[in-house]
Design a protein around this ligand. Structure first.
Ligand code: NAD
Length: 510
């Protein structure tokens, strides 16, 4: 295995490793010559250094992509798909290595990291299948001897900007549909997770993908990311990240009339009704709220509970939290890893203080867990607040850490109203045994994803993924819906009448 923080002998080589750009089929230094350290959030170890790219590097990458896309769009889609099948096989072969890297550089526990790589594998196979589908439509023409159809064509060069919390899964949701539909890519991953990004690109390289089709530009958002948004030859920005950055990208891209597909924050809730299977609800709250240390876009950060079962739920939740083990995610017995960095740790702690100042009651947690491991990691105690009012900041804003707010309600109508009264709309869930309540929730919960008797996390790659309101701008990652992001619809009319036939004029439908 190439990289493991568990083995000192391999850590030595990793420390000096530089994570560079991949442009036009070559690994290259950034033109600035600058690098910044990559840190293991569980123990503060330096895992290597990541390139700090500038507009000049982005420009080189875009030129390579433009050139490569001209040929790629003419390759039959089933042939493009063959590369994706190979990518899927290579991801599978390297699953454990990739998972270990993810745990080292962003901290999620190893079992979850393996699950994340599996998501990329599934996506590769699913999107490879699209190479033989990619359905358009045929429709009747209103004119005689005329044929009408719609076909999908690639957008051109796609700029992908991704976050650190699902460093390979989200990159796979964007790169695989973009490639199978005939686009070329420039990808800027998060500077917190450059290592798995490099490994993913090496897999594309090993799969024999033609040079220039996938270009990796490592570096910061404000510099390399912003340069991608500005570049006139990038036709589409596929972004996943925070609301603040997505909004900034959209404002600039809007002025440039550039397409964007934005997947942003969430303030997801689990609704627990008085007839719920409470043991199942508790297990699911713990998994959805504290899995990935609460750093999933779909993490449950609110529990909206029927007043009749509130006290029982709280007691059981606190008991369950006490059994959670914090630590380095490489340890298979650890349940909760660190936060991504110091800034995130400080942000979570600030929100906890805001919650206390707002008058919420702290049930457990609420402190930096400074003694975990060597004391240099970014750990926070799993935290639960109760008596939270729906208008408090901790009930409205995305904290992105292991903090759950419990809000008490009288009935389902109130629960749905509270769920919907936030600016985000990614995921929601309801625990109830009543089929009428289930169908009402399916209809009225205003989120892109709704779970029944399951927590707010657990998306499968063949369904559309994304959210309403300020979570997105109307697009969806994964599933067949992703094809709509990376293709243009082209309407084609074939007139075989040998006469001039004018639509709306020479018809018998007047
Ligand atoms: P972030 O917005 O800080 O960064 C995301 C990416 O944008 C990074 O690659 C970053 O370098 C880049 N970036 C930053 N500033 C930029 C700029 N000015 N121009 C262009 N690019 C820029 O987000 P993060 O901290 O990496 O990720 C956490 C956020 O992502 C959370 O808000 C979470 O909810 C969200 N997220 C959403 C989904 C979803 O599908 N809805 C999935 C995962 C994460």
């Amino acid at each position: 295995m190439g990289i493991s923080i568990e083995k000192n002998e391999t850590t030595e080589t990793v420390k000096t490793k530089k994570f560079m750009n991949y442009i036009d089929g070559e690994w290259k230094e950034p033109s600035s010559g600058k690098y910044i350290p990559v840190i293991n959030p569980a123990n503060g170890d330096i895992l290597g250094e990541v390139a700090q790219s500038s507009a000049a590097d982005v420009d080189q990458a875009v030129r390579a992509a433009v050139k490569a896309q001209k040929k790629w769009r003419l390759v039959p889609a089933p042939e493009r798909a063959e590369y994706l099948f190979t990518v899927g096989r290579l991801l599978k072969k390297n699953k454990e290595k990739l998972a270990q890297i993810i745990t080292s550089e962003m901290g999620k526990v190893i079992e979850e990291a393996r699950g994340e790589v599996q998501e990329a594998i599934d996506m590769a196979h699913y999107m490879a299948g699209e190479g033989r589908r990619m359905f358009g439509e045929t429709m009747p023409s209103e004119l005689r001897n005329k044929f009408a159809m719609s076909i999908r064509v690639p957008v051109g060069v796609v700029g992908i900007i991704t976050p650190w919390n699902f460093p390979i899964a989200i990159a796979s949701w964007k790169s695989l549909p973009a490639l199978v539909t005939g686009n070329a890519l420039v990808w800027k991953p998060s500077p917190d997770t450059p290592i798995v990004a490099e490994e993913f690109v090496k897999i594309y390289e090993e799969a024999g993908l033609p040079e220039g089709l996938i270009n990796l530009v490592q570096g910061s958002g404000p510099e390399a990311g912003a340069a991608m948004v500005e570049h006139p030859d990038i036709d589409l920005i596929g972004f996943t990240g925070s609301n603040a950055v997505g909004r900034k990208i959209n404002e600039r891209a809007g002025a440039l009339l550039k397409r964007t597909s934005l997947e942003m924050g969430g303030k997801n809730a689990i609704l627990v009704m008085d007839d719920a299977n409470l043991d199942l609800a508790i297990e699911s709250i713990i998994w959805s709220g504290f899995g990935t240390t609460g750093q999933r876009c779909t993490a449950a950060s609110r529990v909206i509970v029927h007043e009749a079962v509130k006290q029982h739920l709280e007691e059981k939740l606190v008991e369950a939290v006490r059994s959670l083990r914090l630590g380095d995610g490489h340890d298979e017995t650890v349940d909760v890893g660190p936060l991504i960095n110091k800034k995130a740790l400080e942000k979570v702690d600030q929100y906890v203080h805001i919650g206390i100042d707002e008058g919420a009651t702290l049930l457990c947690g609420g402190k930096v867990a400074g003694k975990v491991g060597n004391g240099k990691g970014f750990f926070y105690e799993p935290t639960i607040f109760t008596d939270v009012q729906p208008d408090m900041a901790i009930a409205k804003e995305e904290i992105f850490g292991p903090v759950i707010s419990i809000i008490s309600v009288k009935d389902l109508d109130e629960a749905i109203a509270v769920n919907n009264d936030v600016s985000f709309g990614l995921s929601s869930s309801i625990f109830t045994a009543d089929v009428n309540r289930v169908f009402q929730a399916m209809r009225d919960l205003d989120t892109g994803i709704v779970y029944i008797n399951a927590g707010t996390t657990g998306a499968e790659i063949h369904l559309p993924f994304g959210g309403t309101k300020e979570t997105g701008n109307g697009h969806r990652d994964s599933g067949v819906a992703a094809l709509d992001v990376y293709t243009e619809w082209r309407a084609v009319y074939v007139d075989y009448s040998n006469t001039l036939q004018r639509a709306q004029i020479d018809t018998n439908t007047k």
